[in-house]
Design a protein around this ligand. Sequence first.
Ligand code: ADP
Length: 491
Amino acid sequence: MIRARLKLTLLFTAAMIVTGTALAVAVSASRTAGAYSAIGREALADADLAMRIIAQSARMREPTVIRDSTNLETISRNVAERLDVVPGYVVIVSRKANVVYTSADAADLPDTDWASLQRGIADLPNDGPAGVITIGDERVLFVAHAITDTTIDISRVVAGVRVRGAQNLPAELVTTIFAVMPVVIALASWGMWLLLGGTFRRIEEVRRVVADITDGRSLHRRLSDDEASPEIAALILTLNSMIARLETSFAALRRFTADASHELKTPLAVLRADVERAMSSNTRKDDRLVALEEALHETTRMADLVESLLTLARADEGRFDLHLERVDLAELTLEVYETALILGEAAGVAVNMPFSAEVSISGDRTRLRQLFLNLVTNAIKYTPAGGRVDIGLGRHPDNVTFAVRDTGAGIAAADVPHIFERFWRADRVRSRTAERGGFGLGLAISQWIAQAHGGSLAVQSRLGKGSLFTLTLPLDAADRGSVDDLEILPE
Ligand code: ADP
């Protein structure tokens, strides 16, 4: 956690430094550009002033260029005096391309610098963009103007201003970059460190509580809400719902294991007693056979239970194989009906099949048979002698329904939501002692088979009046379409 916090803070600081530096560079670049254009304007103004001084003396018909004692061209004294007020570098060139005037700055230059100044001026275009000429260790921005009026003996005026100031960053910018910015960055990084500390502390707290809760014994506990941060609150909400789901499935698992061991305990005890009885030397031969027969019966029951548990375990894992084939449901219903007739006769229950549709679907025949049989045997099992069980297979535009109605015990409204739960029986004692007492797994498996076929299993029941179980299975896409008449089982 500390490492992540440090890493994020350092990253933030680095980002701040990069941004600050980029900003400083941009600001100083624009400042320098601004300073250069100001110096350029200054040089232009100087050149203009010199031009105006020369133009004025021309207007006053004063000679501008005269010859000195050595017969060299030079500017007249009057004009030179006036030009001396122009600041910076001023160089005036005559029509005969002689330098006739240089301002004090230029006149004071050593020979080598004067030579480089002259070379630079020669390359400078007239009335064109300003050019920077390096003279000694300073840089000077020059502009040149041509004089077109040929009555004037001067052809060119060059003016220059030092750019030393423009290259140096202004003092306030230097202070900002080197004094204020580091302080701001340090403060922001410190703030970031503190902020991250709070968040990471909360995450660590959540982690510790989750670790405590998920040790398996405290799944009833929940994380307390975090009002300060919506992101952490969302995380807590998700974790809480995950813990709730874990709690439910852990409880279901515990219940399932307890139920399964409980269900196995009785037949095992009976089996043991039977085997002991059969092995006892005091037992008569007939009794020994009876004991072995009972042992066989219990073994079969246990095998059934284990088979059912295995089916459900595979279904839970999603590791079931449906052997899909075209199943003629009318034929299957008839087969189940015939079995029901035999079971019904033994139980004194009348079994009828008022209607059956001609319909096929693609499904797992063995599983569907198990499902149909389970519904029908339940109906007979929970209907007392003298009662009635009706079976019907109906075709609808998009699906097919297999319905089983009985006039038996029915299920209490409060029990209806539980009947598909594993090991659930309305009356545990009666079911176990009854002749065909089940384990309470049949409907759980039936519901799974229905769902695995994309269908559903529903129940309507009134205690003491009877029940109606309806299985709905979707038709294959190619078989869908309208049907003429819908049939339902009579009340
Ligand atoms: P079992 O092996 O006990 O029949 P099931 O899962 O098939 O297990 O059924 C669970 C419980 O649902 C039964 O114990 C019974 O209480 C109730 N039940 C199922 N079918 C009917 C029915 N047709 N009429 C009344 N109760 C039923």
